[in-house]
Write a protein that binds this ligand. Structure first.
Ligand code: AVJ
Length: 319
């Protein structure tokens, strides 16, 4: 049972800046930081799937419940014979809910994690034999483009999981503007957005008891060591995440347990004891706050659904 997918490689190895340059700029920056997209190598993508199943990590199951309840309305908004484009498709699990209930001919999954993307979309193609399945390996933080073989008609973009929260509000607005530019008028954007809530619930979701989130964060160091040859020791760092109320975001950091010095491409990188690498932001919004942001990017709200505890929101926006 061989399932065919159409694969598009949009991650060119020599695109500027390269991973080495970006990581070097982050580690020599003040404060030190690293883009969260580098959390998703094969191992990182697998660890993220484990996070999604944790008791403390409410976003995944809450978004799924909301989607199931809202499905009749979403189906009416999406119309017939749609092409579904998923940003950050990961394990392509949530999209199955849409494929089961909407009228979709063609699916394009876009993800930065190549092997993970290919495996997930192959499984999808095997399970939905009538579906035309495309996979594009791309870093959509550098801009969005559709492969030429995708017809830009009846498009529904799907951006689940509150991955939009990784962008600052300004960058989120720029990203949504570029999506708005890409989508022909009448296209939809179905987007999951995590909501502001009790700080204890938020902080527990990023500090799980099993330590999977810590493992996910620390895996970044293993990746930098393996792929870039950076001599960095995970034993010398610890995971920390907390809610920054002023910025309305969860921050994830890797704190240096000791004072240490690293050499990387002719640069000296010094850490004070306790100094951190800021590895992720996860912004939280109110429903209205996100609707305003989307409106500034040119989108009109056609529907918004939440769960009964107001943990998470799903928006249907019209381009
Ligand atoms: C995939 C970016 C939505 O911010 O909740 C989960 C990533 N980081 N636990 C999030 C994440 C730590 C996740 N997003």
């Amino acid at each position: 049972n061989i399932a065919e997918i159409h694969f598009h490689n949009q991650l060119s190895g020599d695109s500027f800046p390269t991973m080495t340059e970006e990581v070097l700029a982050g580690l020599t920056g003040k404060p030190k930081h690293c883009s969260p997209k580098y959390l998703y190598d094969q191992k990182g993508s697998e660890l993220f799937e484990k996070i999604c199943e944790l008791d403390e990590y409410y976003p995944t199951r809450t978004e799924e419940t909301i989607l199931i309840h809202a499905m009749p309305e979403i189906a009416a908004l999406a119309g017939k014979d749609a092409t579904l484009v998923e940003f950050g498709s990961g394990a392509s699990r949530k999209v199955r809910l849409l494929l089961d209930s909407l009228s979709i001919n063609c699916y394009l999954g876009i993800d930065i994690s190549r092997e993970f993307l290919i495996e997930s979309t192959r499984r999808l193609a095997a399970d939905y034999p009538w579906l035309e399945v495309h996979a594009a390996c791309a870093d959509f933080t550098r801009g969005v483009a559709l492969p030429e073989t995708i017809e830009p008609r009846g498009l529904v973009a799907f951006f689940p999981g509150s991955s939009i929260g990784n962008f600052t509000p300004e960058a989120a607005e720029r990203f949504l503007k570029s999506l708005h530019h890409l989508l022909p008028p009448g296209s939809g954007l179905l987007i999951g957005v995590d909501l502001l809530k009790d700080i204890r619930i938020l902080e527990a979701a990023y500090n799980d008891a099993e330590g999977i989130t810590a493992e996910f964060n620390l895996n970044l160091l293993d990746r930098l060591r393996r792929e870039l040859g950076l001599c960095i020791d995970r034993e010398r760092f610890s995971h920390r995440s907390f809610f920054n109320t002023d910025e309305s975001r969860i921050e994830m950091h890797l704190d240096s347990r000791v004072a240490q010095v690293l050499q990387f491409h002719g640069q000296t990188i010094r850490f004070r004891e306790g100094e951190s690498i800021h590895t992720e932001n996860s912004y939280k919004y109110s429903v209205e706050g996100f609707q305003h942001l989307a409106a500034r990017a040119g989108f009109a709200s056609r529907g918004v659904w939440t769960d009964d505890q107001d943990l998470f929101s799903v928006h249907y926006l019209l381009a």
